[in-house]
Design a protein around this ligand. Structure first.
Ligand code: HEC
Length: 290
């Protein structure tokens, strides 16, 4: 029973792209790690999508994955940091899930290497959903319609593994276009306050001091519509982002050596913002077919 629920959740994460109707750039991500992509049929996708938007999978019954990964904001969040189901603000900004199946590491600190590993994360006791995955599975098992859908699509009643599978297959995938990132971890000084880092980022995973304050370099694809920016959502607009880089980032012991004051003119700054705007995938249709 545990297995099946996770599988449906994994389907949820990889398939949002399937909702981008008419996108000529739509294609499957080269997602090597998932054994489930083989089963990314329309029906698995539909189940994953249902789970992704279903607040029943949370402790309060009010939070869905889509609360923080909102399709109206390219499966991201307008709030700087997320508010979990228990009402507590988190430390980090919810990244857009668009093209998440292409990312070699997940989370700002890269602590998960696959969507399967990640999908259990929101269901930890202190996780975003405020309920354990077994509780979530038990809850939707009470719904005859879900039971029917799970056994038709995954051949088993709802289980944690099925939920995870559903989400992964549903992950938004849109781009055949370059993603404008190498996904490496870099320190640009965000979150350094003079005394230290509020959030060690990659350093909390590797425990190496030189990684303190380094975070995964985000994709610039669609960046004009995926603010606010940085792992803590502290920069609200692209103008603020450019001003931050123009100033050379925020000095700290691990600052990436490529960051230095640039002395850009206003015209150059505007040009950069306009260029970033040109990376928006106009084929992306934010509203999924629900
Ligand atoms: C309360 C807000 C919230 C909810 C609800 C939530 N997430 Fe997230 N999600 C986040 C935040 C914040 C991060 C980044 C966390 C980090 O880097 O430590 C994230 C990261 C992710 C990532 C990794 C993205 C990347 O670029 O590496 C995936 C995939 C994901 N969430 C899927 C889900 C799924 C599936 C659900 C529902 C089961 C869900 N999330 C529910 C806030 C949320």
């Amino acid at each position: 029973m545990l297995k099946v629920l996770c599988r449906a959740l994994l389907a949820g994460c990889v398939a949002i792209g399937a909702a981008c109707q008419g996108s000529r750039s739509l294609r499957d991500p080269q997602y090597q790690w998932s054994q489930y992509t083989e089963t990314s049929t329309k029906e698995v996708v539909a189940l994953g999508q249902r789970l992704f938007f279903d607040p029943q999978l949370s402790g309060s019954g009010r939070t869905a994955c889509a609360t923080c990964h909102n399709p109206d904001f390219v499966y991201g969040d307008l709030r700087p940091v997320s508010i979990s189901d228990n009402g507590q603000p988190g430390r980090r900004h919810a990244p857009s899930l668009l093209n998440v199946g292409f990312r070699p590491y997940l989370m700002w600190d890269g602590r998960f290497a696959s969507l399967e590993e990640q999908a259990f994360g929101p269901f930890r006791p202190e996780g975003e959903m405020g309920i354990g995955i077994e509780g979530a599975a038990a809850r939707i098992s009470r719904d005859p319609n879900y039971r029917l859908q799970f056994s038709r699509v995954l051949g088993q009643p709802p289980s944690p593994e099925g939920i995870v599978a559903g989400h992964v297959i549903f992950a938004p995938k849109v781009s055949a276009l370059p993603l404008f990132t190498d996904f490496e971890f870099r320190n640009i000084g965000i979150g350094f306050d003079g005394d230290g880092f509020h959030d060690l980022g990659r350093g909390a995973v590797t425990l190496a001091e030189q990684d303190y304050g380094a975070f995964r370099t985000p994709s610039l694809r669609n960046v004009a519509i995926t603010g606010p920016y940085m792992h803590d959502g502290s920069l609200g607009t692209l103008d603020e982002v450019i001003a931050f880089y123009d100033a050379g980032g925020r000095p700290n012991p691990n600052l990436n050596p490529f960051l230095r004051p640039l002395g850009l003119t206003d015209q150059e700054k505007d040009g950069l913002v306009a260029f970033l705007g040109s990376l928006t995938d106009l084929e992306f249709s934010p509203a999924p077919t629900r």
